[in-house]
Design a protein. Structure first.
Length: 163
C-alpha cells in the first residue's frame, strides 16, 4: 500500500510483487528495470479547473517532455484507466534523434487542489498489466493522512520487505 498526502487529501494505491522495493519517499522499484515516481501537480501550475483538470495536466506533462526530448507524443489509454472520470492514464512516447525511444505511463488522479501522479517507466506493452493494476487501486481519500496510518503502512512495508 502506498500513501501520498497533500493538504486535506491523500491518494492511496496498491503495488504487489516480491520484487517491489521502496527507494525513497517518491520512488519505487516495481521490478528490475521498471520504476515508478510518486508526485503531486498543483493545479495553479498547469491551469487546471473542473472537468478539464486531467486534460490540462496531460497537456502540461506533454509540453514538458516536448521541451526535453527531440520528439514526444501522448496517447490517452482508456483501456488502462477504465471508465473512471477521476483518473486518466496517458502513455508518453519520447524519441531521440539517434533513434532511442522510451515510454512513460502517467497515471493521474484528480483531487481538489490538483493531480496526484504515478509515473511508471520505462513502459512497454508488457507494462500494461502493471499499470492497469496500479490504476485500478489508485483512489482519493478526502481527509488528512494521519500519523497512525503512516505508521501502519510503514510497518506493513517493512514486514513485507523481510519476507
Amino acid at each position: 500500500m502506498g500513501l501520498y498526502g497533500h493538504g486535506g487529501e491523500y491518494a492511496q494505491f496498491s503495488i504487489t510483487g516480491k520484487q517491489v522495493e521502496l527507494q525513497d519517499a517518491y520512488h519505487v522499484l516495481l521490478k528490475p528495470g521498471l520504476g515508478m515516481m510518486v508526485t503531486f501537480a498543483d493545479k495553479t501550475v498547469f491551469g487546471g479547473e473542473g472537468a478539464n483538470l486531467l486534460e490540462n495536466h496531460a497537456k502540461w506533462e506533454l509540453d514538458y517532455w516536448q521541451s526535453h526530448a527531440d520528439r514526444a507524443e501522448a496517447v490517452t489509454r482508456r483501456d488502462l484507466s477504465g471508465a473512471r472520470e477521476d483518473l486518466r492514464v496517458t502513455e508518453i512516447k519520447l524519441h531521440r534523434s539517434d533513434g532511442a525511444q522510451m515510454d512513460i505511463f502517467v497515471i493521474a488522479l484528480a483531487s481538489k487542489e490538483g493531480v496526484f501522479v504515478l509515473a511508471v517507466s520505462p513502459g512497454s506493452s508488457e507494462t500494461d498489466t502493471v499499470v492497469r493494476e496500479i490504476a485500478s487501486s489508485f483512489t482519493l481519500v478526502r481527509r488528512t493522512l494521519t500519523a497512525e496510518e503512516i505508521a501502519t503502512v510503514s510497518k506493513a512495508a517493512k514486514g513485507a520487505a523481510k519476507e
